[in-house]
Design a protein around this ligand. Sequence first.
Ligand code: UTP
Length: 290
Amino acid sequence: MSIKPLRKAVFPVAGLGTRFLPATKQMAKEMLPVVDKPLIQYAVEEARAAGIEQFCFVTGRGKTMLVDQFDVAYELEHVLRERNKTKELEMLHAQALPPGAIVSTRQQVPLGLGHAIWCARSFIGDEPFAILLPDDLMQCDVSCTKQLADAYYATGGNVVAVEEVPREIVNRYGVIAPGATTGNLVEIKGLVEKPKVEEAPSNITVIGRYVLMPEVIGHLSRMERGAGNEIQLTDSMAKLIGAQPFHGVLYEGRRFDCGDKIGYLEAQIAFALKRPEMADAVRGFLKTYT
Ligand code: UTP
């Protein structure tokens, strides 16, 4: 059987972002900047680096700004041109997406991540698709989604990015029951969302990067509620195990949980330290706090 190319990515951005109130009262959490770039833009750039050509934002009320971020800003460009701000203009042009590459759909009520993905079912059709949760910000030499895409092409099935965490915090995540490991690929034999620490099948957890086969939509259509009474993506992914290949990729790089205040602050520092024009100044002021 030939493997279909991975061209599509879904960005679920309909959550309420309650942990960032009051910042997220009017503004989407995914517009929060790390240094000078919004979280959503890091995620879109990561997907592009993996060869993704079609982007679907699953938005909620007050999230139109996320789509506008990828539109042409005529007035701004006009002023930049008049002021000979060539560098800034080039930067804006480099981040523009081809016409028609972005679509958005609505999740009217945030019933859970699984439900958000189901809302993108027309976009997904019968193709494999990536999912990127923009609040998981990745710092990787090779785009994390590219690492998953490579694993998808190698295995022909579902792949999710995974990492090891201290056992006492596994109850915050989707956790895998691991099978055989080959290199950075771990066979997945089971998946459970937010298990009790003592019942977790391992300390290997799923992060916000996935490449899934379209058959997951059929399982999501049943609208079964899971942990936290939400329609969980993990529960429908678990139903694919056995029917299709399913692997975890122990990705190379670092993840920053920017849905959490401490993770977000750490990301600011880590990303600023990677910027040659800022690194020394940041190191300098950090010393004054120790
Ligand atoms: P979170 O669990 O971080 O929820 O969602 P949240 O609402 O964004 O933030 P808090 O916990 O209230 O602070 C993880 C991802 O799933 C999306 C979110 O937008 C985020 O990217 N999501 C979650 C949806 O799109 N719809 C949902 O119903 C739930």
